[in-house]
Write a protein that binds this ligand. Structure first.
Ligand code: 0A1
Ligand code: ZN
Length: 878
């Protein structure tokens, strides 16, 4: 395992590589414990590098068998080799070839980085620094090479042999039971995009004809017997390919596109050129094993990895500080794709919910970092919500500010100028500056300044003058290493509504004609006052429409304004926001006064329910009240999860009681009819019915139990079945235990479904849950070596069960600490990510803070921690 490197890596220290590697020929002889890798590298000095520098190649836990330079074996005196470095002090000035032989043990690779085994298959994961676990290399994203890969394996063990690019040749190895395949990828790429798969896999095939008429062979490889579960992923892939042509003019460039689903994978999926490797969770779906959320996740991740072919692969990153260049942009693209495939409004609400759930807390705590960090210890810890989701919000703001047409022109220019290169954020922005004629220097601050800006608003209506003065100010709280914050450019989409709900014309001398015409105010300084004229009565302000910038708004509008917005706003996002703000007001009101006033919210929801047929998915979102995590984030300090939980439960119960008959009617009316289809409209109806069940049960436990039990028994799809089980899980008692037992009996052995069973149990907000989780850790379907299992049980407990995880006896923290320390030696990426569940620990009330601090110190005091875990624990302690 790699241990903490002492030196931090800084963006300011970037230097071009001293050598270029024009081509790479790899030869793999696959074997479970002794895989031989021969790498032949065509090297030359990089004119941009240091002309006298030695050749220093990266490695990680490598066993070197031999080195040849220009065909001649080098004696040990001619190089210096350690597990993590190969140094040649003297190399020719002219181009030369280096041949390096290494031996790997894929079966012993539990980190799931480099070449490893998932089940009986061989697969690779090279981002960010996994290639150096295969052979010594300049393992950095700005070294682009053309790869040719030969793979040899036993025919019975690995009938399927895949790598990047196009298949060139395959055949038997004479006189043996082995065979080989040869692949060539003509597009120069960095090592992190290399991939190889060997195994005995089932396959689903299809084809796609590109915009210029080329036929691309598509294949998705899965475990035998699961082929039918790959149909939706294949459909999503073809839709993604068409969408990228239509929306961005991007055509696919190889003869084949292969996807492989594996069950052991650290992340969601990986965009290796022409050979995407996926966590099977994001490929496999059937109506009775996958929920609507799973289907949406598959569609989004398939699209994301496919879109990387242009934003990530054809144009890659100069260095890992530029990670958002590919990730933020590609998340933006997959979000737009999903919005086009589904409901734009519901997609936006879901994306913002995700941002607030994961990114806002990150930005407000000790792990806060800029979207483009300027220093890191361990790059694996920077695949964060900030880089991905806030990175996507920056792209969206850019489009909002310069407009759709200039945005598209800027993207075209980006592909034109930087295809085939390793680019930077500056390169990217330069294209939009050129396309729009706008100076983006100030806008670029979004990339380097961490923290979520708070926009404070106040309005002053003058009936005599018929003016409304809107004061807007911004302030970004300090984050680690950045105490002084500057104002950023915040696009604030805005509308004013009059007494009767009519939208008012925006007339003012304090904003530009363009701002007024577009309803988009640019808050680019600390404070701005805009006096609107010709306002007949005190207006209601709809601000940050569509969530036009990743900021927090303070204060929330008054309750009566929220009720008006819920009724009249033509921005669906802000209608939803109004429902959430009303719920937050009710909950925090109860926390302050002890009394719950939910009348305004109930009445607003009653009106929405009456029109539920218009947009069931949107009504479902409004009925989904804020979670404990939402409440903890909004509270911001001195968080006591028990208090928040009580207030939230009280609100749910009250809404359930006061809207009982309406909810009942909806639950009956939206009952499933006909065969399951995963389309957004059908999913929206299921979402409404299931959130209705949840709220109904909160108001009337007996009724909820009988409805949920009936739904559990008769459900014809996993969405409805799991929703019923979730309701029963909250209600407790015999019905719950019976349902969990029956669910297990039905799905035993189906790991992805059993993960749902683990998660729901881990999230039961009852004292006995911690013991239950400890018990499930010994269940035969649980494994500490499989990231999906660990996330399903321990991740769900730590992130989705605030009252039990933060139990005052410290038992939740002890559980997490023990698991983190057990997993760390096997898989540092998973242990580090698990510990991030504590990223908001300083916002807890003091007793819990003390308990967590002691655990973090205990972790840091361990010897032999991985670099990944030490980095997170140390930064968390700050
Ligand atoms: N680039 C992938 C995500 C990914 C990142 C790192 C990995 O291993 C450390 C694996 C996958 C994506 O954005 O989909
Ligand atoms: Zn990505």
């Amino acid at each position: 395992m790699r241990h903490p490197s002492t030196a931090a890596i800084r963006l300011a220290d970037y230097r071009p590589a001293d050598f270029a590697i024009d081509s790479v020929e790899l030869d793999f002889a696959l074997n479970p414990t002794k895989t031989r890798v021969s790498a032949r590298l065509a090297l030359r000095r990089n004119p941009a590098g240091d002309s006298s520098a030695p050749l220093v190649l990266d490695g990680d836990e490598l066993m070197l068998l031999g080195v040849k330079l220009d065909g001649r074996t080098l004696g040990p005196g001619k190089y210096e080799a350690t597990q993590d470095r190969l140094t040649l002090a003297e190399v020719p000035d002219a181009p030369f070839t280096l041949e390096i032989d290494t031996e790997l043990n894929p079966s012993g690779n539990t980190q799931l980085s480099g070449l490893y085994r998932s089940g009986s298959a061989y697969c690779t994961q090279c981002e960010a620094e996994g290639f150096r676990r295969i052979t010594y290399f300049l393992d950095r994203p700005d070294v682009l090479s053309v790869y040719t890969t030969r793979i040899e394996a036993e025919k019975s063990e690995a009938p399927i042999l895949l790598s990047n690019g196009n298949p060139i040749e395959h055949g038997d190895v004479a006189g043996s039971n082995r065979h080989y395949a040869l692949w060539r990828d003509p597009f120069p790429k960095p090592s992190y995009l290399f991939a190889l798969v060997g195994g005995d896999l089932g396959v689903v095939r299809d084809e796609f004809t590109t915009m210029s008429g080329r036929v691309v062979d598509l294949a998705i490889y899965v475990e035998h017997g699961k082929e039918s579960r790959a149909a939706y992923a294949m459909d999503a892939l073809k839709r993604s390919m068409r969408w990228d042509e239509e929306k961005f003019g991007r055509e696919y460039d190889l003869d084949v596109f292969n996807i492989v689903a594996v069950s052991d994978f650290n992340m969601g999926a990986m965009e290796n050129k022409g050979l995407n490797i996926f966590n099977d969770k994001y490929v496999l779906a059937s109506p009775d094993t996958a929920t609507d959320g799973d289907y949406a996740g598959i569609e989004g991740v398939i699209a994301h990895e496919y879109f990387h072919n242009w934003t990530g692969n054809r144009i890659t990153c100069r260095d890992w500080f530029q990670l958002c260049l590919k990730e933020g942009l590609t998340v933006f693209r997959d979000q737009e794709f999903s919005a086009d495939m589904r409901s734009r409004a519901v997609e936006r609400i879901g994306d913002v919910r995700g941002l607030r759930l994961a990114q806002f807390p990150e930005d407000a705590g000790p792990l806060a970092h800029p979207v483009r960090p300027d220093v890191y210890q361990e790059i694996n810890n920077f695949y964060t919500a900030t880089v991905y989701e806030k990175g996507a919000e920056i792209i969206r703001m850019l489009r909002t500010l310069i407009g759709e047409d200039d945005f598209r022109r800027g993207m075209d220019l980006y592909f034109e100028r930087f295809d085939g290169t390793a680019a930077t954020v500056e390169d990217f922005l330069s294209c939009f500056a050129a396309a729009s004629g706008r100076d983006l220097t100030h806008f670029a601050l979004w990339y380097s300044q961490a923290g979520t800006p708070v926009v404070t608003t106040s309005g002053d209506y003058d009936p005599a003058a018929r003016t409304f003065a809107l004061k807007l100010s911004q302030q970004t709280p300090p984050t680690p290493g950045q105490s002084d914050k500057k104002p950023v450019v915040i696009p604030l989409a805005l509308a004013l509504f009059g007494e009767n709900g009519q939208k008012l014309d925006l007339v003012s001398e304090d904003a530009t004609p363009t701002e007024l015409a577009r309803g988009l105010i640019e808050l680019d300084r600390a404070e701005r006052v805009i006096r609107f004229r010709e306002i007949p009565s005190r207006p209601v302000v709809s601000l940050l429409r569509g969530f036009s910038a990743p900021v927090r708004l303070e204060p929330a509008p008054a309750s009566e304004d929220l009720e008006r917005l819920l009724a009249c706003d033509d921005d669906p996002f802000n209608r939803w926001q109004a429902s959430q703000s009303l719920a937050l007001r009710a909950i925090f009101g109860r926390l302050e006064t002890g009394a719950l006033d939910a009348r305004g919210l109930s009445e607003a929801l009653r009106l929405l329910l009456a029109k539920a047929e218009d947009d069931p998915a949107l009504v479902a979102q409004a009925l989904s009240l804020p979670s404990d995590i939402d409440l903890a984030r909004e509270k911001g300090n001195d968080v006591d999860p028990d208090q928040l939980f009580d207030a939230r439960m009280a609100l749910r119960a009250e809404i359930g009681r006061s809207l009982g008959s309406e909810l009942d009617a909806i639950h009956a009316r939206f009952s499933a009819a006909g065969a399951f289809t995963p389309d957004a409209a059908s999913a929206g109806r299921r979402a409404l019915r299931n959130v209705t069940l949840d709220v109904l049960a909160a108001g009337d436990a007996e009724k909820g139990r009988s409805l949920a039990t009936a739904q559990f028994e008769t459900a014809g799809n996993m969405t409805d079945k799991l929703a019923a089980l979730a309701t029963l899980a909250l209600l407790g008692g015999h019905a719950r235990e019976e349902a969990f037992a029956r669910f297990y009996a039905q799905y035993a052995g189906d790991a992805l479904v059993i993960d749902k069973w683990f998660s729901l149990q881990a999230m039961i907000p009852e004292q006995a849950t911690t013991q239950r989780v400890l018990g499930l850790m010994t269940h035969r379907e649980f494994s500490m070596s499989n990231p999906n299992r660990v996330r399903a049980l321990i991740g769900a407990f730590a992130n989705g069960n605030l009252t039990r995880f933060h139990a005052l006896d410290g038992s939740g923290y002890d559980l997490l600490t023990a698991v983190v320390l057990e997993v760390d030696p096997k898989n540092p990426q998973v242990s580090a990510r698990l510990l991030s569940a504590l990223r908001s620990w300083r916002t807890m009330e003091s007793r819990r803070r003390g308990l967590i601090e002691a655990r973090l110190k205990h972790i840091v005091a361990q010897e032999n921690l991985s670099a990944d875990l030490r980095d997170i624990a140390t930064r968390a302690l700050g």
